[in-house]
Ligand binder design. Sequence first.
Ligand code: 4NP
Length: 155
Amino acid sequence: MEIKSVLFVCLGNICRSPLGDGILRRKIKERGLQLTVDSAGTANYHIGKGPDERMVATAKKRGTDIAFLRARQFSAKDFRDFDLIYVMDKSNYSNVIRLAENEAQRNKVRLALDELFPGEEQEVPDPYYGGQDGFDHVYELMDQVTDKIILKIKN
Ligand code: 4NP
């Protein structure tokens, strides 16, 4: 299957998923590739807000701009609009899967860290209530995940 669009999903759409979104957008642009990239949250708390300032600063330090992104809530329409839906943790997974209408839609959903640790069901930890280490760690993980996604879409 040719992959034309990728959506990242977390809880608030202000930390983990906008980071994945911004890093992948940058890499797609740098490499002259074609891919629609977006992100969403399962919760409605932060709709319309920009990403968390700690995540914005962490990304900026590594040359990734995410400040322009705005939070939105995941909806069933996203199953039609996106080929792959990468969720950050198992809680996001259940919340997204609950809105799927058929097997084809369920098959689009995967844990982001399955790209690095297939079958291990690892989660991208929520950095929201922690310190700077957590934000740096999420950057490392999403940097690697987005590299894997690039390889996948080129094949
Ligand atoms: P995210 O992080 O899901 O990576 O965007 C969070 C952001 C906000 C909250 C929780 C997680 N919150 O509870 O407000």
